[in-house]
Design a protein around this ligand. Structure first.
Ligand code: HEM
Length: 464
C-alpha cells in the first residue's frame, strides 16, 4: 500500500492555518474541518504541524500505548507551572507520576468512593436547598451551581476542607484564582514566548500563590490536628509507594490537591449541565428516568448508596450524554517513534506520523462517528447504552475519560457524584427550560460547558 498525504486546508505564509480556528470556540472549527477533510487532517501552527483524528478506527490506532504516549504540549505544559509533575500534567516518562499513581489509585477505587457518599450528599443538600429557596419562578443557571457543587465536593472529599461556595455570591478567592490561572494558561499556550515577556506575569504568579497557600494551610492544619480515617489527604501524608518505597513530598501533595480541583471541577459541572440539557430537551427520556428514580426510591425520602446500582436507565442517560458532549473534547498523544497509522474504516489507507509530534484525538467527533453509531449518531438516545450494547461496542468508541495508564483517575468519583445529583434532582424537582426555544450553545475553556442554559426548578412536593 502507498502512504497517503494527510489532508490539510490551504495555509497562509507565517500564519499557517491559524485563521481556520475560531479562537472563542476551537471545537466548532475542529468539527467543521472534520466534515470537510474527513477522519484525519493536519493543521500548521507556528511552523509545526498538528494531526487531528476524528474517526473511531484511527482513534483505536492512536490508543495503542506501545506506540503512542500522552502529550502535555499546549495548555497542560502551562498548567505545569503550578502542578509540576503531579498526575494530570506529568510527562509520560516522569518517575513521580508512577509513585503518585500507585499511592493514589486505591483511594479512587469504587469502594473508597462509596465511603464518600455522605460527604457528597452533604454538599448536594446545599444545592437542593438553594434551588428550593429560589422557588419555581427563578431562572436558574445550573452550570454555575454545578461548578460550586463540584468544587465543594472535591475540597471536602479530598482534603476535608469546606470551600463554602454556596454561601457566597461571588466565588471564594481560591476559586477565582483558579479560574484566572486556567484562562491565562490557555492564552499562554497560544502566545509566542516573546509576547509573554511584554504581557508580564504578576497576576499569574499571584493566582498561583493563592492556591498554593491554601493547600499549605490545609496540610499544616491537618498535621497540627491529625484526624482518624483514611481520607485522601491522610493517605497522601502517610502512604508509601510499594514499588520504590517512597512517599509524596509536601510539594507534591500540594500539587496533587490542586490537580484534583483543576481536573474535577469544570468536567463534572459540564457533565451535569449537558445531561440536564439533554433531559429537558427529550421528554421521553426525562419521564423514563424520573419513573426509574421513583420506583427505586419507593416510599423512602433519602437517597442511599445502594439505590445507585439499581438505576440502570440513569446509567444509560449518563453514558449517552457524555458520548455526545464529552466535557474534555480532545486529548493529545505523541508517537514514540516514526510510525504509520492505518484507517481500517476507510479502505485501510495509511498515513505517516513522526516521533514526538502532536496527534490530537477529537473525542467529541469520534464519539459521533456515524460508521460506529449509525446515522442517528447526533441524537440523544439512552437506549443505545442499554441491554449489553454499551459493553459490546467497538473498543475506544466511547472515550470520555481518556485512555490506558493516563486515563482519568477521578472517573468513579465523578460518576457517583453525578449519579447522586441527577437522581436527587429528579426526585425533588420538575424542570423546564427558562427560554423554551433554547438550543445548545457551548463555551470552551479547558473543558466545555453549555452557555446561556437556564431552567426553572419547581419543587415536586408543591405540585402534588
Ligand atoms: C485525567 C476526563 C473528572 C482527576 C483525565 C483525562 C480525561 C478526563 C479525558 C485524560 C486527559 C489526558 O489524556 O490528557 C474527566 C471527565 C470528568 C473527570 C470527563 C468528569 C465527568 C475528574 C475528577 C477528578 C479527576 C472528579 C479528581 C477527583 C483526573 C486526574 C487525571 C485525569 C488526576 C490525570 C490522570 C493521570 O494522568 O494519571 N480526566 N475527568 N478527573 N483526571 Fe479526570
Amino acid at each position: 500500500t502507498t502512504i497517503e498525504p494527510i489532508p490539510q486546508p490551504p495555509t497562509i505564509p507565517f500564519l499557517g492555518n491559524i485563521l481556520d480556528i475560531d479562537q472563542e470556540l476551537p471545537l466548532s472549527s475542529f468539527k467543521l474541518l472534520a466534515k470537510q477533510y474527513g477522519d484525519i487532517y493536519q493543521l500548521t501552527f507556528g511552523g509545526r504541524r498538528r494531526v487531528f483524528i476524528a474517526g473511531v478506527a484511527l482513534v483505536q490506532e492512536a490508543c495503542d500505548e506501545s506506540r503512542f504516549v500522552k502529550s502535555t504540549r499546549g495548555p497542560l505544559d502551562q498548567i505545569r507551572n503550578l502542578t509540576g509533575d503531579a498526575l494530570f500534567t506529568a510527562h509520560h516518562d516522569e518517575e513521580n507520576w508512577g509513585v503518585a499513581h500507585r499511592i493514589l489509585m486505591p483511594a479512587f477505587g469504587p469502594a473508597s468512593i462509596r465511603n464518600m457518599f455522605d460527604d457528597m450528599k452533604d454538599i448536594l443538600g446545599q444545592l437542593v436547598l438553594k434551588w428550593e429557596r429560589f422557588g419555581p419562578d427563578h431562572a436558574i443557571n445550573p452550570t454555575d451551581d454545578f461548578t460550586r457543587l463540584a468544587f465543594d465536593t472535591l475540597a471536602l472529599c479530598v482534603m476535608g476542607y469546606r470551600l463554602n461556595s454556596f454561601y457566597t455570591e461571588s466565588s471564594p478567592p481560591f476559586v477565582t484564582a483558579m479560574g484566572s490561572f486556567l484562562a491565562e494558561s490557555g492564552r499562554r499556550a497560544s502566545r509566542p514566548g516573546i509576547l509573554q515577556l511584554l504581557v508580564g506575569s504578576k497576576q499569574y504568579e499571584e493566582d498561583m500563590s493563592v492556591m498554593l497557600q491554601l493547600a499549605e494551610k490545609i496540610v499544616a492544619e491537618r498535621r497540627a490536628k491529625p484526624t482518624e480515617g483514611k481520607d485522601l489527604l491522610n493517605l497522601m501524608l502517610t502512604a508509601r509507594d510499594p514499588v520504590t518505597g517512597r512517599g509524596l513530598t509536601d510539594k507534591s501533595i500540594y500539587e496533587q490537591m490542586i490537580t484534583f480541583l483543576i481536573a474535577g471541577h469544570e468536567t463534572s459541572s459540564g457533565f451535569l449541565s449537558f445531561t440536564m440539557y439533554h433531559l429537558v430537551k427529550n421528554p421521553d427520556a426525562y419521564a423514563k428516568l424520573r419513573d426509574e428514580v421513583d420506583a427505586v426510591l419507593g416510599e423512602e425520602e433519602e437517597l442511599r448508596v445502594e439505590h445507585l446500582g439499581r438505576m440502570v436507565y440513569l446509567q444509560a442517560v449518563m453514558r449517552e450524554s457524555i458520548r455526545l458532549d464529552p466535557p474534555t473534547v480532545a486529548q493529545s498523544v505523541q508517537p514514540k517513534q516514526d510510525t504509520l497509522i492505518t484507517d481500517a474504516a476507510n479502505g485501510g489507507k495509511q498515513y505517516q506520523l513522526y516521533k514526538d509530534e502532536s496527534v490530537i484525538l477529537l473525542n467529541h467527533c469520534s464519539q459521533r462517528d456515524e460508521k460506529v453509531w449509525g446515522e442517528d449518531a447526533e441524537e440523544f438516545k439512552p437506549e443505545r447504552m442499554l441491554d449489553g450494547k454499551f459493553e459490546a461496542m467497538p473498543p475506544k468508541a466511547w472515550l470520555p475519560f481518556g485512555n490506558g495508564a493516563r486515563a482519568c483517575i477521578g472517573r468513579p468519583f465523578a460518576w457517583q457524584e453525578v449519579q447522586m445529583c441527577l437522581a436527587t434532582l429528579m426526585r425533588k424537582f420538575d424542570f423546564s427550560l427558562a427560554e423554551p426555544g433554547y438550543e445548545l450553545h457551548i463555551k470552551q475553556a479547558l473543558a466545555v460547558k453549555p452557555a446561556g442554559f437556564k431552567f426553572f426548578a419547581r419543587p415536586r412536593s408543591t405540585t402534588a
